[in-house]
Design a protein around this ligand. Structure first.
Ligand SMILES: [Zn+2]
Length: 113
C-alpha cells in the first residue's frame, strides 16, 4: 500500500493514534515504522510523539525505496506509476520542489528537492 505523506502536517506533533488515523494505517504499522527508523520526539515515550516532518521524510523515503530508484533528472509520475523524464523546457523550480510535465503522459509531475 502506498501511503500519502501529504496527509501529514509538517509542523504538527502526532501521537501514534493520530498518526494512524491521519494516514489510514494501523497503530501496529506505526510501531513497525519506529522500529525501522522513524524518529520519535526525544524524551516523550508515554505517549510516543512523532513530528510531522519526520513522518513525511520517512514515508517519502520508504515510498521511493519500495518502487524504484530515480536518477537526479527523473520525476515520479503518479499516472505512469514510475520514474519518468520531464518534457523539455517544462521544468519549473519552486520553493523546495520542482514541477514539470511528464514526457510520457503530459501530466504534471513533482519532485521534492
Ligand atoms: Zn506520466
Amino acid at each position: 500500500m502506498k501511503i500519502n505523506p501529504r496527509k501529514i502536517k509538517k509542523h504538527m506533533i502526532y501521537t501514534i493514534k493520530e498518526l494512524s488515523e491521519a494516514l489510514g494505517v494501523t497503530k501496529k504499522t506505526c510501531f513497525r515504522w519506529i522500529e525501522k527508523g522513524l524518529k520519535i520526539v526525544p524524551g516523550g515515550k508515554n505517549p510516543i510523539l512523532i513530528r510531522g516532518g519526520d513522518v513525511k521524510e520517512f514515508i517519502r523515503r520508504k515510498n521511493l525505496k519500495r518502487k524504484f530508484k530515480m536518477n537526479r533528472s527523473q520525476f515520479n509520475c503518479l499516472h505512469c506509476k514510475g520514474p519518468v523524464y520531464a518534457k523539455r523546457g517544462s521544468i519549473r523550480k519552486m520553493s523546495g520542489r520542482k514541477t514539470a510535465l511528464c514526457r510520457v503522459c503530459n501530466r504534471k509531475i513533482v519532485r521534492i528537492i
